[in-house]
Design a protein around this ligand. Structure first.
Ligand code: ZN
Length: 328
């Protein structure tokens, strides 16, 4: 690949002038069907999410019980240590692996009713911080802020950057964040053939799994621009398109105060908030992030990954996507 093509300084302002043939309602007939049945599906999803939350709580209890007394208290010290390592680590028996299964079930459940989401259902005071265009040299500093604040985010990553910054994606996953797909080279997808679109998505997925991470189940099209071919390519990989309802506009570097205000003035329950950990200088994003987190906390919002948002507060089908060309 040509790193110069991927490591954007981005002339995104000029891109905003283009309009692309994005399909905002993927299929009129299915949309009608979705509307008719959305109430019933919503109820079902809510029950499924409740079951998911219960299962998660059970895993946590199981993890704590496994660490504490019971039968493990009589086990040899080295077995006890390896048990702790298994639960706290990233192997197949780890708590992280169990949480991942709950997350995947939540994504599967949403995909039954819609190929894309804009926000959560809005019935819980939870929001998702999302970071696009990394991994980059800024990613570790974003991760340090999230870790210090005790919150997790979702990172929509460019496959073309993973050969250079892949270890930052691994660190992000190990810290409880979710790694998602944002194409290989950040193209306007509707200008590409379906084969080219598949390649953009699938190569990135392969680069992520080559790091030892789970295959990404979430995909965000650059500039929010997609068409039927994009939806077909994502469906083939069982990926959910994740758009957003709050754009921090951090990519345009409008100043730290403006970034903070863009988020806090628009946020509502279930919001998916668009920020960037790559794609250009991100000092303003880094300065704004702690203030955004503090402001969200003050307003009573918890900050969760996108899959956790789906599990705890399932989205409604048929939300209006953001304007094409905005952010991402
Ligand atoms: Zn992007």
């Amino acid at each position: 690949m040509n790193p110069g093509r991927v490591a954007l300084p981005r002339g995104f302002e000029s891109d905003l002038r283009h309009t692309w043939n994005r399909v905002s309602q993927p299929d009129d007939r299915s949309e009608t069907r979705l509307r008719v049945s959305s109430e019933a599906v919503h109820q079902r999803r809510r029950r499924a999410a409740g079951a998911g939350a219960l299962a998660l709580a059970a895993f946590v209890v199981w993890g704590i019980a496994s660490l504490g007394g019971g039968s493990s208290s009589s086990a040899p010290a080295d077995a006890f240590a390896s048990r702790i390592q298994a639960i706290g680590g990233i192997g197949s028996g780890s708590l992280l692996a169990k949480v991942t299964k709950v997350d995947e079930a939540a994504i599967d459940s949403v995909l039954v009713t819609t190929p894309y989401i804009v926000k959560g259902g809005g019935e819980k005071k939870a929001v998702a911080l999302t970071f696009d265009d990394g991994p980059s040299e800024y990613t570790p500093r974003v991760l340090a802020i999230l870790r210090n604040q005790g919150v997790s985010g979702t990172f929509f990553s460019l496959g073309g950057l993973i050969s250079t910054f892949g270890p930052n994606s691994v660190s992000a996953r190990d810290a409880g964040n979710v790694i998602a797909d944002h194409t290989w080279s950040h193209p306007q997808l509707p200008t590409l053939s379906i084969g080219e679109q598949q390649s953009e998505i699938n190569r990135t997925s392969a680069a992520i799994t080559a790091l030892g991470l789970d295959a990404p189940r979430l995909f965000r099209p650059p500039y929010g621009a997609y068409d039927q071919a994009t939806l077909a390519a994502a469906k083939k990989k069982k990926m959910l398109l994740v758009l957003w309802d709050v754009d921090s506009l951090d990519w345009s570097r409008p100043g730290v105060d403006a970034i903070v205000n863009n988020v806090l003035s628009q946020v509502q329950s279930g919001s998916i908030i668009l920020m960037h950990d790559g794609g250009g200088p991100r000092e303003q994003t880094l300065a704004a992030l702690p203030r955004i987190i503090e402001g969200l906390r003050t307003r009573g919002y918890s900050m969760v990954t996108v899959p956790r948002l789906l599990a705890e507060d399932p989205p409604r089908a048929g939300e209006t996507p953001p304007p094409v060309g905005a952010g991402a």
